[in-house]
Write a protein that binds this ligand. Sequence first.
Ligand SMILES: Cc1cc2nc3c(=O)[nH]c(=O)nc-3n(C[C@H](O)[C@H](O)[C@H](O)COP(=O)(O)O)c2cc1C
Length: 241
Amino acid sequence: MAGIEPSLTLLPMKIVEPRVRPGSDADPCVSIEPSVLYFGTPVVLLSTENADGTANLAPMSSAWALGHVVVLGLGADGQTAHNLAARPELVINLPAPGQWQAVERLAPLTGRDPVPPTKHAGCRFEKDKFGAAGLSSLPSHTVRPPRVDGCPLQLEARAEHIRPDASGEFLIVEAHVTKVHADPRIVVPGTDHIDPAAWSPLIYNFRHYFGLGPELGHSYRSTTPREQTAAAPGVEEGTPA
Ligand SMILES: Cc1cc2nc3c(=O)[nH]c(=O)nc-3n(C[C@H](O)[C@H](O)[C@H](O)COP(=O)(O)O)c2cc1C
């Protein structure tokens, strides 16, 4: 019927008109030069130990897990990098989406004094990062730096390998996790499984904070004991979400 769009869910596939720029071939993408490539990874808060025994706390999002090793990409000029080179224990705290403002309060701060000239404009020294963020600490079990109270997942870890990245600006840290703490509300009762429907990471998406959308499905390797999940309405295989 003219003027009435059929429902998307009735179509096998949404048809997207390719954006072909004059002079290019039939490539549906455009070439761009983004200033950052932060395509959406979970935010973590790293607690490390300063030389005087106090704790530093820094947000970062270049973190991912290989089994029980977490790989971190850290600015070489930061206090966290300095602390880990001298004292390799840390806690990788995972905040929930509702804690994004506490994370953002830490964004302009460094534990380095004086602030190195390589730090971004507006960056200032702060000794008490926990206080500045409005967060409180909990003692750890296997490492000296404290955990962040209120973060639903806290991974105690030890930096085993620290090496410069290809640019020389960052360090790549491989941290072996020694102990995992979880808010019981995100654990499947009576098991060691995190309930993926109860846990939601805080996602840093091109410098904007997001939570997760509804579940789409699960990997064939998932062993989490829970009810079969249905695909979110309107999200079917082959349908661009
Ligand atoms: C959400 C968020 C994500 C960040 N991700 C990273 C990151 O992956 N690696 C990094 O080196 N810095 C990252 N930063 C910047 C550091 O937090 C910043 O350099 C901070 O000053 C480091 O503190 P420190 O010098 O006390 O270690 C991020 C900041 C925010 C707010």
